[in-house]
Design a protein. Structure first.
Length: 81
């Protein structure tokens, strides 16, 4: 079984925590433009693992996986999946 991150929840989580992107940037050392790119899933990529772990600790999340909404990826039928 495989999963795909379909939506970044960081914007919602920041709002719930009473933080903004600038404050998260200050606390994590991650550039504000990079945080914005994560929130908007710019370039179709998810966060680097180290950034996800750092952000999840700042937001007191149980796991970095909580930063995304996940959907099950359907197998293509190929044997190399």
């Amino acid at each position: 079984m495989a999963y795909t991150a379909t939506k970044c929840l960081l914007g919602h989580l920041l709002k719930s925590a009473g933080l903004n992107q600038a404050e998260l940037s200050r606390r994590t050392g991650i550039h504000k433009s990079q945080i914005s790119a994560y929130i908007n899933m710019r370039y179709g990529k998810t966060m680097e693992v180290a950034h996800a772990r750092t952000i999840s600790e700042i937001l007191d999340l149980p796991t970095p996986y909580s930063l995304y909404e996940w959907t099950e990826k359907q197998p293509s039928g190929r044997t190399d999946d």
